[in-house]
Design a protein around this ligand. Structure first.
Ligand code: NDP
Length: 451
């Protein structure tokens, strides 16, 4: 049987574009369909614009510190429309880069919504129909609003980058990555931020001490964080919204922002009728090679709801190409993935939290929390945290957790050592880089506790 293409990729985000490009460079005939903008969530409405907003929001603090360092600084106001327009230009540029990468690799692109008709056929919203030996679903995810009266009045992360004006006040609902990052960003940009999180502490699943410090610092920086609090309903009033909470309060906010999770984009893709299995949240069920129950259909990235991070989707895309087109079955390694949360201060983390490690085996905890030199000089009370979770038996570092400015940059390097299986003694053998915050990672001599 002959096919129009060797591979048809549905979704032009980080994972889909990488897989399409690498497969095409290896000689496969490849097509890709994208219904929105090339670059997907990460480039257009996620990591990239979010990080630009993090940078923008850090200037007020930096300007304050500059005064302590002897500079005379006259801060004007923040011009959101100007920043937004520069950001939009940068995103247009990046989208162009993604399109060019595909073009230069001879991938045929279709600006259309694609659905799966059968194990080897894709139908486009343009009415076109193509056959392919393999189909790769890389359709990503989408933010979800909770099911409550008035939820439609709330915005989600997709909307935040296009706001005409910054609100004076906002309620952020949720305690995950997106909620905490945007609570900090908006607070830094001068918005009056309240955050409701239904659980006991934000950032569920991360190391307890790290979560605790970030939450303290967020409160210190001005975020009005309410734990054990959820939202009951939203009613439009006076150009904003009155929000009833589970604590019995009624408060007015100019905007309400739901950061209450994301669901895989599989609705209406036609997968069920082909025999592809979907999970409870609509995620595509795949094996270790990203293959679905239909042998010719594979899926990577957020649509599979494994580890929803851009670099993971890219690695899944590369492993898919190696497996299917390289003749070398390559399972995806989801172990010890370093990650950062761009709160203020940032968290950089790799491996197990103290709580999770303790469930597995006896551990030693090396931990220090201190005022970093730069901020202490500027008269700030901020603290940072450096923590190692060490196996008593093997001496291996099972987890590293950093809460500090630049923690994302630091954890990338620590990730190499941890992935290589470094022991506490390997860390100790490394000479400190002085004066830095990260030097504490190689100078902690005695455990603060064992368990
Ligand atoms: P998360 O799953 O991380 O967090 C969702 C939050 O919303 C949780 O605090 C959850 O509470 C809460 N929540 C869920 N449902 C409700 C509800 N009905 N009412 C009230 N609260 C609710 O999702 P995010 O949207 O923050 O992020 C999605 C994914 O995107 C992340 O998992 C991450 O993989 C990725 N991401 C990564 C970033 C990075 O690497 N820096 C940045 C941004 C996103 P509970 O804890 O109780 O379940």
């Amino acid at each position: 049987m002959t096919f129009d293409y060797d591979l048809f990729v549905i979704g032009g985000g980080s994972g889909g574009v990488r897989a399409a490009r690498v497969a095409a460079q290896g000689g496969a005939s490849v097509a890709l369909a994208e219904q929105s903008r090339y670059g997907g969530t990460c480039v257009i409405r996620g990591c990239v614009p979010k990080k630009l907003m993090v940078y923008a929001s850090e200037f007020p603090g930096a300007m304050q510190d500059a005064q302590s360092y002897g500079w005379t600084v006259h801060a004007g106001g923040f011009d959101w429309p100007k920043f937004r327009s520069t950001m939009a230009t940068e995103l247009d540029r990046l989208e162009g880069v993604y399109r060019n990468l595909l073009k230069n690799s001879n991938v045929s692109t279709y600006d259309a919504r694609a659905t799966v008709a059968d194990a080897h056929t894709v139908t486009l919203s343009t009415g076109e129909r193509f056959t392919a030996k393999h189909i790769l679903i890389a359709a990503g995810g989408t933010p979800v609003r909770p099911d409550l009266p008035g939820a439609e009045h709330g915005i989600v992360s997709d909307d935040i980058f296009d706001l005409e004006t910054l609100p004076r006040s906002i309620l952020v609902v949720g305690g995950g990555y997106i909620a905490c990052e945007f609570a900090c960003i908006l607070n830094g940009l001068g918005v009056d931020v309240t955050q409701y999180y239904r659980g006991e502490q934000i950032l569920r699943g991360f190391d307890g001490e790290a979560r605790g410090l970030v939450s303290e610092e967020m409160i210190d920086n001005g975020v009005d964080l309410h734990l054990g609090t959820n939202i009951l309903d939203i009613t439009p009033e006076r150009g904003g919204y009155v929000v009833k909470s589970t604590k019995g309060t009624e408060k007015w906010f100019e905007k309400v922002f739901f950061a209450t999770g994301r669901n895989p984009n599989t609705a209406g893709l036609g997968l069920e009728q082909t025999g592809v299995q979907l999970g409870r949240y609509g995620q595509v069920e795949v094996n270790e090679y990203s293959q679905t129950a239909v042998p010719s259909i594979y899926a990577i990235g957020d649509v599979t709801d494994r580890v929803n991070l851009t670099p993971v989707a890219i690695r899944e895309g590369m492993a898919f190409v190696e497996t299917v087109f390289g003749g070398n079955p390559t399972p995806v390694d989801h172990d010890l993935i370093p990650t950062a949360i761009f709160t203020q201060p940032e968290i950089g983390t790799v491996g197990l939290s103290e709580e999770d490690a303790r469930e597995i085996e006896p551990v030693e905890i090396y931990c220090t929390s201190f005022k970093p030199m730069k901020e202490a000089f500027a008269g700030r009370s901020n603290r940072v945290l450096m923590k190692l979770v060490v196996s008593q038996k093997t001496r291996r570092v099972m987890g590293c957790h950093i809460v500090a400015p630049g923690a994302g940059e630091m954890i990338q390097m620590v990730g190499i050592a941890v992935k290589m299986g470094a022991t506490k003694e390997d860390f100790d053998r490394v000479c400190a880089v002085h004066p830095t915050m990260a030097e504490e990672l190689v100078t902690m001599r005695a455990p603060v506790r064992t368990s």
